[in-house]
Design a protein around this ligand. Structure first.
Ligand SMILES: Cc1cc2nc3c(=O)[nH]c(=O)nc-3n(C[C@H](O)[C@H](O)[C@H](O)COP(=O)(O)O)c2cc1C
Length: 330
């Protein structure tokens, strides 16, 4: 990313990068929760935690980027090493722990990016703000952290995702319980509807929820008027790993698993939710997407948009163009 940043800072090479990696057609444009996406392929949260690489990721052709997870205060995250490759299974295990420079730093970077793009209106890359709580904030006060991040970033992002599904902040996933979610979202919606231009609010969920828990989330989503769901985060389930990766994963220890071994479970959760919500909520599908076939599978099965992350690591910078080419030939 540092090399890309340098190359992208020179107008001539920036143009070369754009020509090489962007999908140059408006065929895949899409309007979802009121926003215009140039294509439905996004980069999942956790890659650009501090909104430092928006120009570069835009040059690589992403239709949208989810920055964060951002917390009110800067925090270091867990000790290194905290990110591991399982190449045999095209997977990653991470226990980053929301390392980020805090909401003010993200806000400054976003403001700079928005200022430099004021002339580009319709074809601008969409930016979502993925928000979380600091590790030291107890769960009963978590809503305050979400509220701070929401209000600080409000003018700088296009939509918000409440992240309560990372396995790497102790106790965070307990916030997926209905009453805890109701508290967080009623606070955010209160602020949101008071604004002249309310922003879409989404919830990102874990793939490890039971159908009963998913039912709770659906009823709450309608009750609090969510615009959509991001389905899914990393899993704590390691049962799909090959024996090679399984051994390695035991040595690695705790962390969320992403990539190919997550594909089927993410698809199952998407299928379950799509059946229940019947197009009344937009779903961003995340989990194990590497190819055009993977993306088409999710888009044909109810997802409005898709996100890559581990696929970007293994497939490289052409991933968006490759997926877009496949989708446009369908
Ligand atoms: C190293 C790493 C860090 C991540 N950090 C975050 C994060 O901060 N917030 C979040 O909501 N998701 C985070 N994720 C989850 C991804 O956004 C994505 O939902 C997940 O990895 C599944 O997609 P994939 O199989 O395409 O990687 C992270 C994933 C990885 C691999």
């Amino acid at each position: 990313m540092h090399c890309l940043k340098m190359a992208n800072s020179i107008p001539f090479s920036q143009q070369l990068i754009r020509n090489a990696f962007q999908f140059q057609s408006n065929q895949l444009e899409k309007k979802v929760f009121g926003l215009n996406f140039t294509n439905p392929i996004g980069l999942g949260a956790g890659f650009d935690k501090n909104a430092q690489y928006l120009n570069e990721l835009d040059a690589l052709g992403f239709g949208f980027i989810e920055i964060g997870t951002v917390t009110p205060k800067a925090q270091n995250g867990n000790e290194k090493p905290r990110l591991f490759r399982l190449p045999h299974d095209k997977a990653l295990i991470n226990r980053m722990g929301f390392n980020n420079n805090g909401v003010n730093a993200a806000k400054e970077n976003l403001a700079r990016w928005n200022d430099s793009n004021t002339n580009i209106s319709l074809s601008k890359m969409i930016v979502g703000g993925n928000i979380g709580k600091n590790k030291i904030t107890p769960n009963e006060d978590a809503w305050q952290d979400y509220k701070i991040c929401f209000n600080e970033l409000f003018d700088e992002v296009d939509y918000f995702v409440v992240n309560v599904s990372s396995p790497n902040t102790p106790g965070l996933r307990a916030l997926q319980e209905k009453d805890a979610l109701r508290k967080i979202f009623s606070e955010l919606q209160n602020d949101n509807i008071g604004k002249s231009n309310p922003k879409p609010l989404l919830l990102k969920i874990a793939p490890d929820l039971s159908n009963e828990q998913l039912d709770d989330i659906i009823s709450l989503a309608f009750e609090i008027n969510l615009s959509g769901l991001v389905v899914t985060n990393t899993t704590i389930d390691r049962s799909n790993l090959s024996s090679v990766s399984s051994k390695k994963s035991e040595a690695i220890g705790l962390g969320g698993l992403s990539g190919k071994p997550l594909f089927n479970r993410s698809s199952q959760v998407l299928a379950y939710l799509t059946r229940q919500i019947e197009n009344n909520l937009a779903i961003i599908s995340s989990g194990g997407i590497f190819t055009g076939e993977d993306a088409a599978d999710r888009l044909n099965n109810g997802a409005a948009l898709v996100q890559v992350w581990t696929g970007f690591v293994y497939e490289g910078p052409s991933i968006v163009k490759n997926i877009c080419n496949y989708l446009s030939n369908q």
